[in-house]
Design a binder for this molecule. Structure first.
Ligand code: TRP
Length: 327
């Protein structure tokens, strides 16, 4: 199976991304042909400070490696290093209707949130995402709920192209992870933990130092009674139980037993240290990768070359099909 997914270098990689996405990717990379990218062209739809943007892209790449994504097993690269993405995007944008893009709920959301920067890139963003996926003939795309509509559009574009020009693209399926808890904000447990949340206390980054992790869990919102049980009317406690379970391997039921009769204060400290401990090896590797920029850039470049090779094969085919003169 060919698998493709990507993450934007904005905000930080949270424990929610780690549990919900990266851990699944790790499980997939042994038995599949996986391609994972840092979607920095997508991130440019929001204003970025160039220096910070560059540093964050590098940092995200190092975090991929530190988590265990393996450049020997998977293709790991940065989107802007592979020029074929924008080239295919142009061709695909000529077969995508304004009406389709106008229906994208994320575009509507983001427009509302960035009223002073509703740029054309924000509007055509799903076409770039379709190009990402279709270039590599991905069979499966692991995505969160918020990206389902974009994946649907990628499928529609693939089918449309194939009908018009003959079989070219693989029509990708969404990949739904068998398990994987949804991690919500520590400050508003009814909302997904968002990597770009402005409230620092709402999210935990996988590279937050242990004392910061402890502080954030200490401040986590809980609820009024004092029972540590997983239930719909206790979103804060349930979220902490999910996090604890994901980082220790204990089931939710086992975790409930572990904390029976304990107070919220002790519970929050225990969750914090479970997370901090589990992340320590990742953080150590992260520091190692970051301390050798030349090696990091070498790995990045090698990944881009592999990706480019695959992407170019598809792009050549597409150019021929649409009637561009190719040598
Ligand atoms: N848009 C995705 C997000 O914000 C990131 C992304 C870019 C992506 N290209 C992709 C995800 C291709 C899956 C496949 O989460």
């Amino acid at each position: 199976m060919r698998i493709y997914s990507a993450i934007q270098p904005t905000g930080c990689i949270t424990i929610g991304n780690y549990i919900g996405a990266i851990k699944n990717w790790l499980a997939l990379q042994d038995d599949n042909e996986c391609i994972f990218s840092i979607a920095n062209q997508h991130a440019l739809t929001v204003r970025q400070d160039p220096q910070e943007f560059r540093a964050r892209t590098l940092s995200f790449f190092a975090q991929f490696l530190a988590c265990g994504l393996d450049p020997e097993k998977s293709v790991l690269y940065v989107q802007s290093h592979v020029h074929q993405h924008s080239e295919l995007q142009w061709i695909l944008s000529c077969m995508t209707y304004i009406g389709e893009l106008d229906r994208m709920t994320q575009f509507k959301d983001k427009s509302r949130k960035n009223e002073d920067n509703i740029n054309a890139g924000l509007f055509t963003y799903p076409v770039l995402m379709a190009a990402d996926i279709l270039l590599y003939k991905a069979d499966m795309v692991p995505v969160g709920k918020d990206q389902k509509q974009h994946l649907e559009l990628a499928r529609d574009i693939a089918v449309r192209f194939n009908n018009r020009y003959g079989e070219t693209f693989v029509v990708p399926e969404p990949y739904i992870a068998k398990q994987g808890a949804k991690i919500t904000s520590l400050q508003n447990p009814l909302e997904k933990m968002s990597k770009s949340d402005k409230d620092q206390n709402a999210t935990v980054s996988i590279i937050d130092p242990p004392d910061v992790i402890m502080r954030k869990f200490k401040r986590a919102v809980t609820d009024s009674d004092n029972r540590i049980v997983f239930s719909e009317d206790k979103p804060g406690i349930s979220n902490l139980l999910s996090i604890y379970s994901a980082f220790t391997g204990e089931t939710i039921e086992e975790a409930e037993k572990t904390f029976e009769g304990k107070g919220y204060g002790d519970f929050k400290l225990a969750v914090g240290s479970a997370v901090a401990d589990a992340l320590l090896p990742v953080q150590k590797k992260y520091e190692e990768y970051l301390s050798d920029k030349a090696e990091l850039e070498r790995i990045m470049k090698a990944g881009a070359e592999k990706a480019s090779y695959l992407a170019e094969r598809t792009l050549q085919k597409v150019k021929k099909k649409v009637g561009f003169i190719v040598s």
